[in-house]
Design a protein around this ligand. Sequence first.
Ligand SMILES: [Mn+2]
Length: 154
Amino acid sequence: LNLAENLGIPILGICKGHQLINVAHGGSLYQDLESQNTKAFHHFQKGNRADYSHFVFIESDSWLSQFYPEQILVNSFHHQAIKKLADDFKISALSKDGVIEAIEHKNKPIFGVQWHPEMLLSENEENALLLMKRFIRYCIDRNEIEEKKLERID
Ligand SMILES: [Mn+2]
């Protein structure tokens, strides 16, 4: 994570990756969401990995809001969750019980989602596909900006 960050490589953390990004930046976790946060509903679904579990509500000024509607359905396989959000980050999406379901760095290309878009992709789920496409597009655009900066230096 540190190496990728120092090189300016865009990062999309999924589930544990999303949690790790937060901890690495000084945030904390609920080690067991249901016993430590009584408001939280059950976030470990029993169904198929590509089934929907709950809605997430997209924050209006977030990166996700550039391509998602106000709410989308996601799957959910976690008993941990972000407790204290790291200082340099903002919330990108919340579930109805207030659990932080997506984050983004305030000025670096670092994103995290608590759900599993890669599992939803097995069913060609539209929003998961869109997230991956937009992340790849983000990386390409950023790369082009970096290349232009290098051209100017040349
Ligand atoms: Mn969840």
